[in-house]
Structures are given as structure tokens and as C-alpha cells.
Design a protein around this ligand. Structure first.
Ligand code: AVJ
Length: 313
């Protein structure tokens, strides 16, 4: 068995500068990648167990139902690369089906990633596993020296791509295309446009897990940036915007208040919003148009239960 963990530091300064810049912007905003501290990762897993949030279960069912066809369309790959792999729970079905020699997983939550990736090396004898603790959004190219030559497949499941605007998604998919190299492929999962009422419920679950996930961001800033947010004075507010084709998540200030973050003070008017996430929904053709503009061409498509997986080369 072979396992290697490389931690890329700097994550800490990025949080500070991104948050300060986001709080100075109008509307105030914070990038959603900062949801995922330890508590945030646990809360996201709890969201995935809520009856209203079917996204994770639907993707798993889709993969299980179509795995033979998906594997046949992919053919032989030497290396699977999964950006934002998190708990590494999704890649196992592909490892079983494709039996690549190498797996490279990347995640901004480096130590949680390492803990999740190491068992893969144990469970798949002969698989060479590399875990890269990095924020791949600004620094994907730093992964290149860790990739073996040969046929690479980028795996980007879970509708993570929905966190990017269509323009940003095209840029990221273009960088995936570079990273995949010659004979590279991309297997990507995304949530489909559907009844807005279903989408609304998925981000407003009755048990309040999504609200807790959203508000946990403030707790994280309190801890890591010596901020003094009072989470009770902010409201989780999520809705589907059908014009933009996205769920928007906000934390709306319930009072006029001043908050201090990393030594700087920020004023919130009553009702002012801190925009914390966009989660774009697509039609299959909309998405393939974005991927096409990034240099990929569609080689396979599977859709079921309001979710889609597409294969590109
Ligand atoms: C992990 C980005 C796919 O957008 O649905 C879940 C994150 N936010 N509930 C999503 C999330 C609120 C999730 N993604």
C-alpha cells in the first residue's frame, strides 16, 4: 500500500483576506468554500441525510444504477483525480469499477482529507493514493507535479460545480482540461433545474441542518479570525432564484449591529445580507455548452431523479 499526504499551507491567510474583502464588498459576501471547517464538514454530512436534501442520495443511486455503462464509456484510466474529495466517500464505486493504479484527492480541509484518504490505500491494495491539502480554486496547477503521466480522469461529483457562476465554471473546467492532459477525461455531476418548491425545501430542511451549516460560518470566523458575530442576530435565508437559475443562501442581519473581524469593524444595517452561497442548477444542454466552451466534448450522459452526470473527453 502506498499513501502520501502533502499539505499546502497559506489556507489561513486566504481566509482572512477573502473574508475581509467580502465584508467590504456590497452586497457583503463570503466564498462558500469556507463553510467546511470540521463542524461544517459534519453539518454538510448531516444535510445529506435530511429527507428534503436528496442530491447526495440521488447521485449515489444514479452512479449505482448506471455504473456498468459509465465504466464502459470511460474505458481504461491510469489515474483518477478528485478535487474537493471531502470524506472520499464517492470515489470508491469508481475505484471498484475502473481499478486505476493511482488516485489523487484534493481538498481545502487537508487533515480531514488525509484521514479519509488513508483507508483507501489500505482497502485497495496496489492503489497508490496521494492526498493534497490545498484550496484547488486558486492553486490547481500546483497539483500537476503530483500527477502521473498516462490517462487521467478528473472526477468532480456532488454538484460542487454549482457553487460557481457559469463564467467561473467555464474557467475552472478549462483548468481541469489542462490538468487532465492528452487523453484526459472529466466525469462531472450536477443538479438539474426542477420544481422550485423542491429546491426551496432542500435548502430549508425542517430539522434546521442547512440553517446550522450556514450559521456555523459565523462561529468559524469567531474562532479563527477573532470575530464577535452573535449568530442569534442573523437569519438563515435560502431561496431559489429562477432568473439566475440558482439557490442563494444568505445570512440576514436581524438588527443594526457592528461586528469586529480580525481587528476591523463592519456595520450591518437591519435586514442587510451577507451572501454565503450560490448553488446553480442546470439543464443538461446548458451545462454541456459551458463545458464545450472550456474545450471538452461530451461523450456520455446519465440523468435520473433530477440529477445528471456527464462524461467528457
Ligand atoms: C456541496 C455545493 C453541492 O450546493 O447543494 C448544501 C452545498 N449548501 N446545502 C449544494 C450545500 C447548502 C452543496 N454543494
Amino acid at each position: 500500500m502506498s499513501f502520501r499526504f502533502v499539505d499546502f499551507p497559506s489556507a489561513c491567510d486566504d481566509l482572512r483576506s477573502d473574508v475581509l474583502a467580502g465584508l467590504a464588498a456590497r452586497p457583503k459576501s463570503i466564498p462558500p468554500k469556507y463553510f467546511y471547517d470540521e463542524a461544517g464538514c459534519r453539518l454538510f454530512e448531516a444535510i445529506c441525510r435530511q429527507p428534503e436534501y436528496v442530491l447526495c442520495r440521488t447521485e449515489r443511486a444514479l452512479m449505482a444504477a448506471h455504473l456498468p455503462a459509465i465504466a464502459a464509456a470511460i474505458g481504461t484510466v491510469d489515474c483518477i483525480v478528485e478535487p474537493g474529495a471531502g470524506d472520499c466517500g464517492k470515489v470508491r464505486v469508481l475505484l471498484d469499477a475502473l481499478r486505476p493504479a493511482r488516485l489523487v484527492v484534493l481538498d481545502i480541509a487537508g487533515h480531514a482529507l488525509a484521514a479519509a484518504a488513508e483507508p483507501l490505500a489500505r482497502d485497495y491494495p496496489g492503489l497508490d493514493v496521494t492526498a493534497l491539502g490545498m484550496d484547488f480554486i486558486p492553486m490547481l496547477e500546483a497539483a500537476t507535479p503530483h500527477l502521473p503521466p498516462g490517462r487521467r480522469m478528473i472526477y468532480y461529483p456532488g454538484s460542487s460545480i454549482g457553487n460557481f457562476s457559469p463564467d467561473e465554471a467555464a474557467v475552472l473546467l478549462g483548468r481541469f482540461h489542462q490538468l487532465a492532459g492528452a487523453k484526459g477525461q472529466l466525469l462531472i455531476g450536477f443538479d438539474l433545474k426542477k420544481d422550485p418548491e423542491l429546491l426551496h425545501r432542500a435548502y430549508n430542511d425542517a430539522a434546521g441542518m442547512t440553517a446550522a451549516f450556514n450559521l456555523n460560518l459565523l462561529e468559524r470566523l469567531n474562532r479563527e479570525l477573532a470575530a464577535d458575530f452573535d449568530p442569534v442576530r442573523f437569519r438563515h435565508y435560502a431561496f431559489y432564484n429562477p432568473v439566475a437559475g440558482r439557490i442563494e443562501m444568505h445570512l440576514v442581519s436581524l438588527a443594526e449591529q457592528t461586528v469586529s473581524v480580525a481587528g476591523q469593524r463592519f456595520h450591518f444595517a437591519l435586514g442587510e445580507t451577507l451572501h454565503t452561497e450560490n448553488s446553480y442548477k442546470f439543464r443538461c444542454e446548458e451545462f454541456s455548452e459551458i463545458a464545450r466552451s472550456a474545450g471538452w466534448h461530451l461523450t456520455g450522459e446519465w440523468a435520473q431523479g433530477g440529477f445528471a452526470v456527464q462524461l467528457y473527453a
